[in-house]
Design a protein around this ligand. Sequence first.
Ligand code: SF4
Length: 490
Amino acid sequence: MKLYLVGHDYRFAAEESVISLLGSAPSETVLSDRPPLRAEDESFITRIEPSKYGGTATATLRTGGKTVHGRAVYRRAESERETVRLRQHTLKLAMARAVEELGTLPAWGALTGMRPTKLARRLIAENGMTGARRVLRKRYLLSEERAALVLRAAEQGMLAEKELGDGYMIYLGVPFCPSRCAYCSFVSESVARSGALIAPYVEKLLEEIRLKGELMRRLGRVPKAAYFGGGTPTTLSARDLSRVIDAVRSAFCLPDGAEFTVEAGRPDTVTREKLEALRDGGVTRISVNPQSMRPEVLAAAKRPHSPEDVERAYNLAREVGDFGINCDLIAGLEADSAEGFRESLSRILSLEPENITIHTLARKRGSDLHRLGTEGAAARIPPPDEVARMLDAAYPALAERGYFPYYLYRQKYMAAPLENTGWAKPGTVCLYNTLVMEEIGLTVALGAGGVTKLTEGGKIGRITNPKFAAEYIAHDFTKGLSELEGALGA
Ligand code: SF4
């Protein structure tokens, strides 16, 4: 698909729309003063024509032997910034209207971007719930279901913001896993390859925890929640888990009973001893992630465990501690089907976890699936309409069992242009997930790949830790502390 930008240079907005509306990036983007005399069969011509009242965006899509058109107008704005925002939105709307005429408009319509709840929160604040729904449907062409979904999740974001108050969150990354899953794009190293780094990594973590904890205590800041992710934190031994948990608790003065999540994502890392270490350290929530409950899907995803291993780990966790438990499932994995996904969900629902997170597969850079391109495994992932059927069946099933959506985000290169949604039973919402996805408040990050994020007045400041374990181990954290102190306005 060749993309033409006529009379404008909103390349990012137009390319983002092509990906969101048609599922893949344009093969070429051409800037031009006037429309091409002879457009290719597979082309999207976008044009903006300003007028004294504002302007008009038009889009012509030629695909599969058909030609369709979309058009949208914008009013004059007071500031240059607002003009740019309106033009970009109008451009996306015109492109979405063209695709709508084709009859293949995706559920998210003209809305692009990874965090649609942010827009939804603003719309609720400006227009109330009913008004926000109307704007999402009319101005962004969202389906009725997605408008309802994003508004429900946005409401949770608003509640979480209130609950956070002047508190902050702690994130700690453990970039090791027993082996690497086919779809994974995280900076995670398999134990077979990098196991020797674990011991020095833990020592460095303890040092970083001590330094940053001291700083936060000195500033009088009290954390509200902690989250260990990765990687798979339960790759660490029970002893190391206890050392790191205790260090975080005492260095940051994490209040007793505060939300504390540890991802125990891979059931092959879960043992009684480690669960006891989590329980004794005051961990309140864990993730045991099946991703699928079908053996052939797990094998294709290169996850060396069975559905029964998931159930064993889950039941062991129930036996050992009073954890809130989350289970992740991925829609769109290789060798799965709508029926298979329904079976996986039903088996997980019968376990009655507090939270269930439904991801849509994303073929992200850095994953084996991305590297394989469209050949082999990647060619055997279910088509987008089948992935959509997985979610269409899952959401009502979750609602029927008393779950509601509490956070939501989108990613690039999804197997279908849909979303990832966290579902929770009443009273079990994960504050950390909600706030992080909404980019609300301060998150102090520890460990390789961690990004300390500070949101203030709509602006987001970031301080990044070294990405890889080896770089992290060699890093001198005493030097970066002043940057964090400065960012916190101390
Ligand atoms: S367990 Fe999670 S972090 Fe580890 S390789 Fe698999 S997907 Fe990646």
